[in-house]
Design a protein around this ligand. Structure first.
Ligand code: SAH
Ligand code: SF4
Ligand code: F3S
Length: 488
C-alpha cells in the first residue's frame, strides 16, 4: 500500500481538502516538506519512537501512528532518549498504568532540557481523562502534543501543527465520535501476522471499567472494509489475523441490517491464502451458539478462546454488571469444549472487587478448578474515578486483596503447567514467529492454541507453518523438533 502513495500529486499550494482520508494525505505531504528541510539542516533524517503502553487495540493504533511517521520520512528509533519525536500511546485501565506514564515523562523532561528540539507527544486512553490533561497542562508544560482515542486518524494533521508550533502545547481531545476513517497507512510489527480492528469502543459499562468512557460508544467497521484490508494483508504475506474489538461477539449489532460476528468469520474464512484466524475479546454474555458452531466447523479459526470471567461469584458478577452467572459461564465452557475438543481457554480475573467476601473468592477458585484454564491474567481491582464501582462501599482492604491474589495466582499457575503438559509428544502445526531471544540456534513458533514452542531451525522458516513434535513441556512452553517443514 505504501508504494502506491504518490505525494507529488498533492497540490500543497491549495487549501487542505475537507474530506478524509484525503485531508490526512495532504498533511502527510506537508510533514514530508518539513522532514526534507530537517534533513538539509541536520544531514540526517529525524528519528521517531512510538511507545505502546496498552492492550492489543492500542498496539494496533501504535502501528497506525508508526505507519504515518514512516510515510512522512521519520526513521524508527527504539530508544526514546535518542528520538527527535517520542509518542506514548497510553493505557488507563488500571491506576498503575497512569503512574508509569508520569514516570516516563519525568525522565524525558531531563533529556528535553539538553535537546530542546525534541518533541514529546501523548495519546491514547489516558488522554481521554480530563483530570489527566489538566495535570499535564499544569505540571508537564514541556509536552508538545496531546490527543485522544477518537481523533487518532488525524495524527498527520496534528503532527504538522505540532511541528509548526515550537514551544506550544497542542491539545486536541474529542469526547466521542461515530466516525471510522478507512485507508490510512499503517506499519506492521510482523510481516506474517497482523491485528485487524473490526470494531471500536464498548457499550457494556462493566462497573469497574474505564474503557467505555475513554474509547466511546461501540461501532463496527463495514465488513467490506475488513475483508478488503485482510485481502491486502494476505497479498502482502500475512497468514494469520487477529480480529480486534473490546467485545467481538457484539460485532455488527448496530448496523441497519445487523450482521453477526459468526457470519463475518465465515466471510473471512473464504479468503484464500489466509491460514489462521484469531479474535479477541469475547464477552461471555454475547457468545452465541452460532459462533460456537462456526468455531467447531472452521478449518482456520484457531482452537483458542479468551473468555474473561472476571469473577466466579454470581453475586459479584451482578455488581460488576457483567450480565451472566457462574452457571452460565460454566455452561458456555462445556458447550465450547464439546464443539471444539481440546480448545485452549484463557481468561481475565479481578480480585478484590468492592464487597468481595472470602466466600465470593472461593467461588472464583471453584470456577478456576472446574474449568482448568490454559492461562489466566489475574488483576488486583483498581479503583477508576468516574466508574460506578469506585463509589461502592466495602472496598476490600489491601492486605486481604493481596493474600487472595497470591492464592489465586498460585492455583492458576499450577493448573496452567499441568494443562500445558497434556500436549507432550504430539505433533502440531506451528507458525514460526522469530529467532529465540536467548538461543540463536532455536526458532520460536506458536501453536494454534497459542502456546509457544522452541525448536532447532533457521530464520528462513519465519512466517511459515511447519509441523513440530512437542518433546518437552517446560511449564508454559515446549521444546520440540520440526518433523515437516512444509505444512499448511
Ligand atoms: N474488553 C475486554 C477487556 C478489556 S480490559 C473484556 O471485556 O473482556 C482487560 C482486562 O482488564 C479486563 O478483562 C479486566 O479483567 C481488567 N480490568 C478492567 N478494569 C479493571 C479495573 N478497574 N481493575 C482491575 N482490572 C481491571
Ligand atoms: Fe470494559 Fe466490560 Fe467493555 Fe470489557 S466489556 S471493555 S471489561 S466495559
Ligand atoms: Fe488500556 Fe485503553 Fe486498551 S485503557 S486496556 S489501552 S482500550
Amino acid at each position: 500500500m505504501f508504494n502506491e502513495l504518490n505525494f507529488d500529486r498533492i497540490d500543497l499550494t491549495a487549501e487542505p481538502p475537507a474530506e478524509e482520508p484525503a485531508r490526512q494525505y495532504y498533511f502527510m505531504a506537508k510533514c514530508r516538506e518539513w522532514v526534507s528541510d530537517f534533513q538539509k539542516k541536520n544531514e540526517r533524517l529525524p528519528k521517531a519512537c512510538v511507545v505502546n503502553m496498552g492492550c492489543q487495540m492500542n498496539a494496533r493504533d501504535s502501528e497506525k501512528l508508526a505507519g504515518i511517521l514512516e510515510q512522512v520520512g521519520y526513521t524508527e528509533e527504539t530508544d526514546e532518549q535518542k528520538a527527535d519525536f517520542v509518542i506514548y500511546n497510553t493505557c488507563t485501565v488500571r491506576e498503575n498504568a497512569n503512574q508509569k506514564v508520569y514516570g516516563h515523562l519525568g525522565q524525558l523532561s531531563r533529556t528535553k532540557k539538553k535537546n530542546p528540539d525534541m518533541k514529546i507527544a501523548l495519546c491514547g486512553c489516558m488522554m481521554q481523562e480530563p483530570e489527566v490533561v489538566e495535570k499535564l497542562k499544569k505540571s508537564y508544560r514541556f509536552v508538545d502534543l496531546i490527543f485522544g482515542t477518537h481523533n487518532i486518524y488525524k495524527f498527520a494533521e496534528l503532527l504538522y501543527v505540532c511541528l509548526q508550533s515550537p514551544g506550544r502545547m497542542v491539545i486536541d481531545i474529542w469526547k466521542d465520535t461515530d466516525k471510522i476513517v478507512e485507508d490510512l497507512p499503517s506499519e506492521r510489527k510482523y510481516s506474517f501476522k497482523s491485528g485487524v480492528n473490526i470494531m471500536f469502543g464498548c457499550n457494556n459499562f462493566c462497573s469497574y471499567c474505564i474503557v467505555p468512557y475513554v474509547r466511546g460508544r461501540e461501532r463496527s467497521r463495514d465488513p467490506r472494509a475488513i475483508i478488503r484490508e485482510i485481502e491486502r494483508l494476505v497479498a502482502d504475506g500475512v497468514v494469520e489475523v487477529m480480529l480486534l474489538g473490546q467485545n467481538v461477539n457484539s460485532y455488527g449489532k448496530t448496523f441497519d441490517s445487523p450482521m453477526s460476528f459468526a457470519r463475518l468469520l465465515q466471510e473471512i474464512e473464504k479468503i484464500e491464502g489466509l491460514e489462521r484466524i484469531r479474535f479477541m475479546t469475547s464477552h461471555p454474555k454475547d457468545l452465541s451458539d452460532e459462533l460456537i458452531e462456526v468455531m467447531g466447523s472452521s478449518k482456520k479459526i484457531c482452537p483458542h478462546l479468551h473468555l474473561p470471567m472476571q469473577s466466579g461469584s454470581t453475586r459479584i458478577l451482578e455488581k460488576m454488571n457483567r450480565r451472566y452467572t457462574k452457571e452460565h459461564y460454566l455452561d458456555l465452557v462445556e458447550k465450547i469444549r464439546r464443539a471444539v475438543p481440546g480448545i485452549s481457554l484463557t481468561t481475565d480475573i479481578i480480585v478484590g472487587f468492592p464487597g468481595e467476601t472470602e466466600e465470593d473468592f472461593q467461588e472464583t477458585l471453584d470456577v478456576v478448578r472446574k474449568v482448568r484454564f490454559d492461562s489466566a491474567f489475574t488483576f488486583i481491582y483498581s479503583k477508576r474515578t468516574g466508574t460506578p464501582a469506585a463509589a461502592m462501599p466495602d472496598q476490600v482492604p489491601e492486605d486481604v486483596v493481596k493474600d487472595r491474589f497470591d492464592r489465586l495466582l498460585k492455583e492458576v499457575q499450577e493448573i496452567a503447567s499441568e494443562v500445558c503438559a497434556v500436549h507432550q509428544g504430539t505433533v502440531q502445526a506451528v507458525l514460526v514467529e522469530s529467532v529465540n531471544d536467548h538461543d540463536p540456534q532455536l526458532m520460536t513458533g506458536r501453536l494454534g492454541n497459542n502456546l509457544l514452542v522452541h525448536f532447532p531451525g533457521d530464520e528462513s522458516l519465519i512466517g511459515k507453518i511447519v509441523k513440530v513434535r512437542l518433546d518437552e513441556c517446560r511449564g508454559f512452553y515446549y521444546l520440540g523438533e520440526a518433523v515437516d517443514m512444509d505444512c499448511k
